[in-house]
Design a protein around this ligand. Structure first.
Ligand SMILES: Cc1cc2nc3c(=O)[nH]c(=O)nc-3n(C[C@H](O)[C@H](O)[C@H](O)COP(=O)(O)OP(=O)(O)OC[C@H]3O[C@@H](n4cnc5c(N)ncnc54)[C@H](O)[C@@H]3O)c2cc1C
Length: 442
């Protein structure tokens, strides 16, 4: 059955050991009978050196925007050893956290994520990006996948793709990415390489990361001018109403999944402001107050250029020049700066690059999106012994909670593990029936 004779084989291989992958590893440990390990053999591949959660954008004072009970395990089983509450208890902060009266900081959440990851490290290889996935066919039937990581290939019949969202880089900036033009996903690393006193830094975008970056840059560089450029008429608040937050709760998955495909994009668009292109009220107030107090002190430091789009960018040794146009009047101007931070967000690619060479085996809808079953497995076009699951990439099929959010990670992990167990059991049954004719005749 090996793709290559002697190649290591596991029941389940997972690409990516961020929160979605970690929650899956936890579910494999606890979803057997009586909450025992399932007995599935697994391998998790992570490109980075650790499972630190978005380590390049853990800014001072930032906190998580979901409820802490929506952690890597609690919604699946509050008695799990991998809950945030158990993390607090183990680290001697249960009562102290209770008195804190606010959400955990991003710093603390990253520490929690790493605490869980460390307990599950036995089957994880870090610094081990998966470069490609190769299918193996017997006749028409897809019988196995080879997951080709830097450390070597592993074969499996259950692949879970947990690669997260990809940074969105506007076309005009693509050729300039590097030390002076960078996305927020590289923020901490790149900021350290900037001159001590830049004259000005541009931040592109109008979402949470733009607000946080502008605020942070103003504190970090006391003599620099910070220029925000955004298409919209100004920062908009996230929709954080308790009522609209219901789209992150389990019944939404059944509702959204059951919608006719032609209705999904409209239904999705209506929920977008709960997670994208917005700013939370806290950072919005803090930023506004800062701009105001700078004006009172007659030392304006932050300039917000709204309704502007960048049409062209040119970099010379001494500066970066951005040609900017008003989106309504077309009035043009040129802004010069020492660095540009792209707070342009992320996008979920439901068919990541790794799966592109299997495109012809994956059924697609008329909008070019992969068809995904309710258990998060891809719908495949021919006979197959293989299952490929999308973990954290299913907002187009399952709704906004199944994209980049913690809300569903624990329950989704359980659903995937149970699906793998079902297919293992049914193929074992098929095998028993074909190899034990005496039993069949009973
Ligand atoms: C700054 C920031 C703050 C956020 N705050 C919140 C919040 O408060 N609440 C919330 O619900 N959501 C938040 N999010 C969304 C957040 O991304 C998700 O909730 C969570 O990180 C998703 O986990 P994931 O494992 O699906 O993706 P990721 O966290 O992106 O993890 C994917 C992992 O896959 C690895 N990988 C990718 N390709 C390969 C490959 N080929 N081989 C091996 N490894 C690979 C990556 O290195 C990465 O570690 C935030 C996002 C950002 C950027």
């Amino acid at each position: 059955m090996d793709a290559v004779p002697g190649q290591k084989r596991v029941d389940l291989a997972c690409v990516g050991f961020g929160p979605s992958g970690i929650a899956l590893a936890a579910a494999i440990e606890e979803c057997g009978d009586n909450r025992d390990p399932t007995g599935l053999t697994s391998r998790f591949f992570e490109a980075r050196t650790s499972s630190a959660w978005h380590p390049n954008f853990i800014l001072a004072g930032s906190d998580i925007n979901h409820h802490f009970l929506r952690d890597l395990a609690t919604p699946r089983d509050p008695r799990s050893q991998f809950t945030f509450v158990n993390y607090l208890k183990t680290n001697g902060r249960l009562y102290d956290f209770g008195r804190l009266g606010r959400a955990p900081s991003r710093q603390e959440w990253s520490d929690y994520v790493q605490w869980v990851a460390a307990q599950l490290a036995a089957n994880v290889s870090y610094c081990d990006p998966v470069q490609q996935v190769r299918p193996r066919f017997e006749g028409d039937e897809l019988v196995e996948l080879s997951v080709d990581a830097r450390s070597g290939p592993v074969s499996t019949t259950n692949l879970v793709v947990s690669v997260g969202a990809e940074p969105t880089i506007p076309t005009v900036f693509r050729s300039l990415m590097g030390d002076r033009v960078f996305h927020t996903s590289e923020y901490e690393r790149r900021i350290l390489g900037l001159p001590k006193t830049p004259r000005s830094i541009v931040v592109i975008g109008a979402g949470q990361s733009a607000g946080e970056a502008i605020f942070d840059l103003r504190q970090r560089f006391p003599n620099s001018s910070i220029i925000g450029i955004q298409r919209s008429s100004g920062f908009k608040l996230y929709d954080l109403s308790q009522f609209s937050n219901a789209v992150y709760c389990p019944p939404e998955t059944d509702y959204f999944y059951g919608l006719p495909p032609s209705r999904k994009s409209t239904a999705f668009a209506e929920t977008v402001r709960t997670n994208y292109s917005g700013l939370d009220a806290e950072i919005c107030s803090a930023l506004y107050q800062q701009v105001y107090e700078d004006a009172v002190a007659r030392m304006p430091r932050i300039t917000l250029l709204t309704r502007r789009a960048v049409s062209h960018v040119q970099a010379s040794a001494s500066a970066i020049s951005l040609s900017v146009k008003d989106v309504n009047s077309d009035a043009a101007e040129v802004i010069t700066s020492d660095a540009v931070v792209l707070a342009t967000g992320f996008h979920v690619n439901p068919l990541p690059g790794l799966l592109q060479n299997m495109r012809s085996s994956i059924r697609m809808n008329e909008w070019g999106q992969p068809l995904v079953n309710r258990d998060y497995s891809l719908s495949l076009s021919g006979p197959s012994r293989v299952r490929i699951y999308l973990n954290g990439l299913c907002e187009h099929s399952h709704g906004i909670g199944d994209g980049q959010s913690f809300s569903m990670v624990a329950l989704r992990a359980e659903a995937i593990v149970r699906s793998v167990l079902r297919s293992r059991d049914s193929s074992a049954e098929r095998h028993d029936q074909s190899s034990s004719p005496e039993l069949v005749s009973l």
